[in-house]
Design a binder for this molecule. Structure first.
Ligand SMILES: [Cu+2]
Length: 300
């Protein structure tokens, strides 16, 4: 008795602490609720993947409510202290076995239908407007606009690179888009289907721009495909990173994609073509190795 009396205030203190902890967790987490979920993205596929994710999430939530609800109800209602006695007669029921086998099968098949539909759309490389070959290197990306005579390397921007050096004395916070900026930005048109052919020259890299909902490995000697169609009204700059640990400077090969309106994209492409033509050493120079490889890809 005296023990209980002594501990009552301590217990109350603990309860109060727990309540205030939960309250502060709830309010601090409230600000970041949006960050907990998958981003919706700006491309056709990213939205389809997001919708699929939400559909499956809510199916799982519904199942959890039913299953845990039945479990918790049974635990509380039929506990020993309430006089519940175990039923020793029900050792097998074919009817119950069939029901709890068939229902999960139906749920899984029901989920597989929209999943398969989205997977087929992800793999649909038909009616492509722009083809870009992406080659991963330790530690940069090369972009080649197939059939357009435009290709360039994209490397970490110099100010980020200077700040990241050991004892550089430069505060990374003073660098805009630290480690997420490049010298040459990849430009694609909004509202058009862009196919990326991903490969690598040395080790495995992965090309990932979260807002596009797509990520795939860039593997030496192998060409992977993804397609991206950004909504016509979602022009802007989108950033990503190499997503496959590829060596010492893996964290220093960002991806920056500028989505322009088709007219602005055409103007940019023409300017780039003119610039690269001027840079050519002499007419009749053999095509660089990268272009020859790309020609093989387009022939496939
Ligand atoms: Cu990497």
């Amino acid at each position: 008795m005296s023990f209980q009396m002594k501990n009552r205030p301590a217990r109350r203190g603990l309860q109060a602490a727990a309540i205030s902890l939960f309250a502060s967790l709830a309010t601090s987490a409230h600000a970041n609720w949006g960050g907990l979920n998958m981003p919706e993205g700006v491309s056709i596929l990213s939205k389809k993947i997001y919708d699929l994710h939400m559909l499956i999430l809510w199916i799982c939530v519904g199942l959890a409510v039913v299953v845990f609800g039945a479990m918790i109800y049974s635990l509380v209602k039929f506990r020993k202290s309430q006089g519940a006695v175990a039923d020793k007669t029900l050792v097998h029921s074919t009817k119950v076995e069939i029901v709890w086998t068939v229902i999960p099968i139906l749920i899984l098949v029901g989920m597989a239908v929209p999943i398969a539909k989205t997977l087929i759309e992800i793999e649909d490389m038909g009616d492509v407007d722009v083809n870009i070959k992406v080659t991963g290197y330790q530690w940069k990306w090369e972009y080649e606009y197939l059939g357009q005579n435009v290709s360039f390397f994209s490397t970490l921007k110099r100010d980020s690179d200077a700040a990241r050096q050991l004892n550089s004395g430069i505060d990374p916070k003073s660098v805009e888009h630290y480690l997420l900026d490049v010298d040459n930005v990849l430009v694609i048109p909004a509202g058009q289907k862009v196919r990326f052919l991903l490969t690598a020259q040395d080790v495995i890299h992965a090309w990932w721009v979260p807002a596009f909902g797509m990520k795939k490995d860039a593997i030496p000697g192998y060409v992977n495909e993804i397609w991206v169609q950004v909504d016509a009204d979602k022009t802007g700059v989108y950033r990503g990173q190499c997503a496959e640990l590829c060596g010492r400077d893996h964290g220093f090969m960002p991806i920056v994609v500028e989505v322009k309106s088709p007219a602005e994209y055409d103007a940019w492409l023409r300017a780039k073509q003119a610039e690269q033509k001027l840079a050519e050493v002499a007419p009749g120079t053999p095509a660089p190795v990268a272009s020859a490889a790309a020609a093989n890809v387009t022939q496939q």
